[in-house]
Write a protein that binds this ligand. Structure first.
Ligand SMILES: [Zn+2]
Length: 560
C-alpha cells in the first residue's frame, strides 16, 4: 500500500499527451479495436488514466483495467474507488461501449476534475475478452464460454459452414421439427402447434456435428458457462444452477476480478453492465427483498432510482426481472447477492436493452407479453420496425439454401446474434451518456475520510500535545451498508501514529482503531502526548487507513 502524498507518484508527462480518442458508435469492437481504444485513452491522459491488466483470459488475452483518477492528488488505492465492469456475457458487446464511454468522458469532461481528485475509477470494460471477441468477430452465439477442450459426440459446434465469414443459424425441413415458418413473416420461425401445417423445421446454430451417430439426438455446443453464476454467494453446482462452473471463481477471468476486488478495501461501489430488456437491476438475486437489511434496502432503492432518473429504465430487483406471469427468479452465484452480502456494497447492474427496446418495445411491454403468440407478435413488430430503418444496422440475413455435408439440404440465415441481443449502436450512444451521468451521481456519494483540526501545542517543558479530528465528510458511511458493518472486508478506520526522530511517545498507544465512521458528521477526536529532544524536525506522521473513505497521510512539524 502506498499513501496519498501531494508530491508523490505524479505523472505530469504532458509532453507525451496525445489527443483523446472519441468513441465511435459504428460497430461493436473486436479485440484489436478494443485494445487499441483503451491504449489510446491511457496514452492521451497519463496524468489521469493508467492501463494495466487484472489477469489473463483463458486464451491469453489481457483482461484490461483502466484506472482513472487525478494521480497528482494521490494513488488510486488511497482514494475511495468505484468499479465498473462490462461484457461478462460474451454477446453483450454494447456493455464494453458503455463502459468505454464513461472512461472517455471522465477524462474528457473538465468538470470532473474535482471528483477525480477525490475518487478513483477502476474500469474493466471487457471482463470476457475471449467471448466478446468471438461474438464481435463471428456473430456466433455464446453466453460466457463454451467448453471446446473436449469435443462431445453428437454435439453441434458453431462453424462457418458456408464460408461467408459469419455464424448464423440453420433451418432444415424435418418431419419432427419443432418450428414452422411464421405465416405472417416468412423470415421468422415460430413454434409448431398441434394444428400447424407443414413444412416443419428444426433450427440449429450454423455448424458441424462432432462424431455424429446420424440420429436426431443432437446437443448444441456442449457445456455452457454463465460467469454471472460463478460468484461466491450462494453458489450452487450444475444442474442446480445452470452455467455455474466447477466452483465459485473457477473461471480465471472471474477469479482475477474477485482477487482484484478483495485486495482493494477502498472500493465503495460497483456497477456491472449487461444487455437484457432495459432495467436498473438491484439485489436480491435469490429469495426475497426481506432478506436485505431494511435500511439498506431503502437506500439501495434510492440510489437505483438515480439510475432510473437518468436512463428512464425501470428499477427491478433481480428476482422480479422476468415475465409478469412467471414466478420470481432465483439466480445462485449471481453478482448482486455477492456484491451485497459478501462485499457489503450497493451494487447495481444496468441492462442496456436489446433490439426490442430500440424498436420501441420496452421492458414493461415485453414482460407483459403473456402468451407465446404475443411474444411472436412483438418479434414481428421488431422486423417491421427494422424494415423501415434507413442506414440500418445488420440484424437479419435472408435464408439461403445450402448443402450441408452432414445434414444435407438446409437454409443458412436468420438473426445476427449480437445485433439482436444488444440495443442499436445509435440508441447506445444516448444510453451511454445516461449511464455515465448515473455513475457520476453514485460516485459522488463516496465516503471521504479526512484529517481536520490538526494542532500541536506546548503542554509543559518539552512535552507536546498533538490533536486531530478524523472525520468522514462523504455521504455514505465507511461501512457503506449496514450489512458491511459486520464484514471483515470493509475495514474500520485505523489511525497510525509514527513519532519523528528524537520524539518519544508518552501516550499509552500510538495506533488506534477508530471503527467505522458515519457519513457527513461521523468523526472522532484523537490526541497524543510526546516528549521532544532538542530541535526535532517533525513531531510525527499520522496515517489514516480509511478503507472505503480513502487513506490520508500527514506530517506534523514541531511548534516553532
Ligand atoms: Zn448479461
Amino acid at each position: 500500500m502506498s499513501y496519498a502524498d501531494n508530491n508523490s507518484n505524479t505523472l505530469h508527462n504532458f509532453t507525451a499527451m496525445k489527443k483523446l480518442p472519441s468513441l465511435p458508435f459504428k460497430n461493436f469492437f473486436a479485440h484489436e479495436e478494443f485494445a487499441d481504444f483503451v491504449g489510446k485513452l491511457a496514452a492521451a491522459r497519463p496524468d489521469l488514466c493508467q492501463l494495466s491488466s487484472i489477469g489473463n483470459s483463458r486464451e491469453g488475452r489481457d483482461v484490461s483495467l483502466l484506472t482513472i483518477t487525478d494521480f497528482s492528488t494521490g494513488a488510486a488505492e488511497d482514494k475511495p474507488a468505484y468499479l465498473i465492469h462490462g461484457n461478462i456475457h460474451a454477446g453483450e458487446l454494447a456493455t464494453t461501449h458503455a463502459a468505454l464511454y464513461t472512461a472517455q468522458e471522465l477524462l474528457a469532461d473538465a468538470s470532473n476534475s474535482d471528483l477525480l481528485k477525490r475518487v478513483a475509477f477502476y474500469m474493466v470494460p471487457r471482463l470476457n475478452p475471449d467471448g466478446a471477441h468471438y461474438c464481435a468477430a463471428t456473430f456466433g452465439k455464446l453466453r460466457s464460454r463454451t467448453d471446446r477442450s473436449e469435443r462431445v459426440p453428437n454435439t453441434l459446434y458453431q462453424e462457418d459452414v458456408n464460408g461467408d465469414g459469419i455464424l448464423l443459424s440453420m433451418r432444415q425441413q424435418h418431419p419432427n421439427g419443432q418450428f414452422v415458418k411464421d405465416p405472417k413473416d416468412s423470415r421468422l420461425v415460430i413454434r409448431r402447434r398441434a394444428k400447424s401445417k407443414g413444412p416443419f423445421y428444426r433450427v440449429f446454430p450454423e455448424g458441424m456435428i462432432h462424431d455424429w451417430d446420424g440420429t436426431d439426438r443432437l446437443k448444441i455446443e456442449g457445456r455452457s458457462f454463465d460467469w454471472n453464476r460463478n460468484w461466491s454467494y450462494d453458489w450452487r453446482p450444475e444442474p442446480e444452477q445452470g452455467g455455474a462452473g466447477d466452483f465459485p471463481f473457477s473461471e480465471p477471468e472471474m477469479r482475477a476480478l474477485g482477487e482484484f476486488i478483495h485486495s482493494r478495501p477502498n472500493i465503495f461501489g460497483v456497477l456491472g453492465y449487461h444487455t437484457g430488456p432495459a432495467a436498473v437491476l438491484r439485489p436480491p438475486s435469490t429469495g426475497s427483498i426481506s432478506d436485505l437489511d431494511e435500511g439498506d434496502d431503502r437506500l439501495m432503492d434510492d440510489i437505483a432510482r438515480l439510475g432510473e432518473k437518468h436512463t428512464g429504465f425501470p428499477v427491478v430487483p433481480v428476482i422480479k426481472y422476468r415475465n409478469k406471469r412467471a414466478r420470481d427468479i432465483n439466480l445462485c452465484g449471481h453478482f448482486h447477492n455477492f456484491g451485497y452480502h459478501h462485499l457489503g456494497l450497493f451494487v447495481f447492474e444496468f441492462e442496456l436493452g436489446q433490439i426490442w427496446d430500440s424498436a420501441g418495445i420496452g421492458t414493461d411491454v415485453r414482460f407483459a407479453a403473456e402468451t407465446e403468440e404475443e411474444q411472436e407478435q412483438q418479434l414481428r413488430k421488431v422486423m417491421k420496425w427494422w424494415d423501415r430503418q434507413k442506414n440500418r444496422e445488420p440484424l437479419f440475413k435472408p435464408w439461403k439454401r445450402f448443402k450441408h455435408t452432414q445434414l444435407g439440404q438446409v437454409e443458412v440465415g436468420g438473426f445476427i446474434f449480437p445485433h439482436q441481443i444488444n440495443p442499436t449502436l445509435k440508441a447506445l450512444s444516448k444510453i451511454s451518456k445516461d449511464t455515465y451521468q448515473f455513475t457520476l451521481e453514485h460516485a459522488e456519494l463516496h465516503p471521504y475520510v479526512v484529517l481536520e483540526n490538526v494542532a500541536a501545542d506546548h503542554v509543559a517543558g518539552d512535552v507536546r500535545r498533538i490533536r486531530v479530528r478524523v472525520a468522514n465528510r462523504g455521504e455514505l458511511p465507511t461501512h457503506v451498508t449496514n450489512r458491511g458493518r459486520s464484514l471483515q472486508r470493509l475495514r474500520p478506520v485505523r489511525v497510525e501514529f509514527y513519532p519523528g526522530g528524537g520524539v518519544e511517545l508518552l501516550s499509552n498507544s500510538g495506533h488506534m482503531n477508530v471503527g467505522h465512521l458515519n457519513g457527513v458528521t461521523g468523526s472522532c477526536e484523537l490526541e497524543w502526548f510526546v516528549k521532544t529532544g532538542d530541535k526535532v524536525k517533525r513531531l510525527c506522521e499520522i496515517r489514516v487507513l480509511g478503507g472505503t473513505g480513502g487513506n490520508v497521510i500527514r506530517e506534523i512539524g514541531d511548534i516553532p
